[in-house]
Design a protein around this ligand. Structure first.
Ligand code: NAP
Length: 259
C-alpha cells in the first residue's frame, strides 16, 4: 500500500498488525517501536523503571497515527507476563500478531568473581522472560493460526565471550528455545526466529571510552557500530509477511563481525 496522502511514499509492511515489544523505553527496543509504527503497526511495549521516557515514546508513536501503549511489567515474572498479555488483548482488540522478546540486561564479571545472584538475575530477565512471554501469547497465536515471535539474542550467544558467562548462556539459551518453538508451532503457522546483534551503539555505549569504541568499530568488516534502526529493520523483515517461509533461524545483524 502506498500512502499518497502524506509524505510517506514507501510500502507499509505492518499496516494494522498488533505488536508487543518488551523493553522499549530506550535503545534497540525503542528503535523497533519507531520503525514498526512508521510501518503502520500498533505497538504495545513494556519498560522496567523508565516511566517518563516510556510515556514520551507512547506519545510519539500515537502521533504517528497508530495505537500505542506503554506498560510497566517485569518480563522476568511469569504472573506479570500473563497479566500484561491479557491487558494488551483487552486494549488491542484481542489480536497479537507479533511478539518481540527484547528486554535484556548484562551483569558482566569473570566467572571467578561472579556471584550466584548475578547469574540467576541475568538468566531470569533474559531467558526466563522469553518462556513467560511466549507462553502468554501462545493461545492467542494458536487461535489466529498465525504469529511471528522474534527473540533478541546476541553474537555473544552464538560465539561466547570472556567475562559474560551468564549473558552468553542466556543468549545461547534463547537460540535453543527459538528453534524448539519453531519446530513445535510451525504446523500452526507460528514462526519463531532470533536476531543476534553485534555491537549496537545506544545511549548506553555513548558513555564508553571513545578510543575503545573506535577499536571495536575498526574490527568490524563494515567499519561501524550498528544502530537501533539496523536491528529494527531486520525485525521488520521477520515480523512482516515478507518472511512468511522463514522460521527457526538466527539472523546475525553485526556488520560482518562473526564472519
Ligand atoms: P538497553 O538500552 O539497556 O535497554 C533495555 C530495555 O529493557 C529497557 O527498555 C529496559 O527498561 C528494559 N528492561 C530491563 N529489564 C527489564 C525487565 N525485567 N522487564 C522488562 N523490561 C526490562 O538495552 P539495548 O542495548 O537496547 O538491548 C536490547 C536487547 O538487545 C537486549 O536483550 C540486549 O541483550 C540485546 N543486545 C544488545 C546489543 C547492544 O550492543 N546494545 C548487542 C546484542 C544484543 P528500563 O528503561 O525501564 O530499564
Amino acid at each position: 500500500m502506498v500512502d499518497n496522502h502524506s509524505n510517506t511514499s514507501y510500502m507499509k509492511l505492518l499496516e494494522g498488525k498488533n505488536v508487543i515489544i518488551t523493553g522499549a523505553s530506550r535503545g534497540i527496543g525503542k528503535g523497533i517501536a519507531e520503525v514498526f509504527a512508521k510501518h503502520g503497526a500498533n505497538v504495545a511495549f513494556t519498560y522496567s523503571s523508565s516511566e517518563a521516557p516510556a510515556l514520551e515514546l507512547e506519545k510519539e508513536l500515537t502521533a504517528m497515527g497508530v495505537t500505542a501503549k506503554a506498560y510497566k511489567s517485569n518480563a522476568a515474572s511469569y504472573d506479570e507476563a500473563e497479566k500484561l498479555v491479557s491487558q494488551v488483548l483487552e486494549d488491542f482488540e484481542g489480536r497479537i500478531d507479533v511478539l518481540i522478546n527484547n528486554a535484556g540486561i548484562t551483569k558482566d564479571n569473570l566467572l571467578m568473581r561472579m556471584g550466584e545472584e548475578d547469574f540467576d538475575t541475568v538468566i531470569e530477565i533474559n531467558l526466563k522472560s522469553v518462556f513467560n512471554m511466549t507462553k502468554a501469547v501462545q493461545r492467542t497465536m494458536l487461535k489466529q493460526r498465525k504469529g511471528s515471535i522474534i527473540n533478541m539474542s546476541s553474537v555473544v550467544g552464538v560465539k561466547g565471550n570472556a567475562g559474560q558467562t551468564n549473558y552468553a548462556a542466556s543468549k545461547a539459551g534463547m537460540i535453543g528455545f527459538t528453534k524448539s518453538v519453531a519446530l513445535e508451532l510451525g504446523s500452526r503457522n507460528i514462526r519463531c526466529n532470533a536476531i543476534a546483534p553485534g555491537f549496537i551503539e545506544t545511549e548506553m555505549t555513548d558513555k564508553l571510552d571513545e578510543k575503545t569504541v573506535q577499536g571495536w568499530r575498526d574490527a568490524i568488516p563494515l567499519k561501524r557500530g550498528g544502530s537501533p534502526e539496523d536491528v529494527a529493520n531486520a525485525c521488520l523483515y521477520l515480523a512482516s509477511d515478507l518472511s512468511d517461509y522463514v522460521t527457526g533461524q538466527v539472523l546475525n545483524v553485526d556488520g560482518g563481525m562473526l564472519t
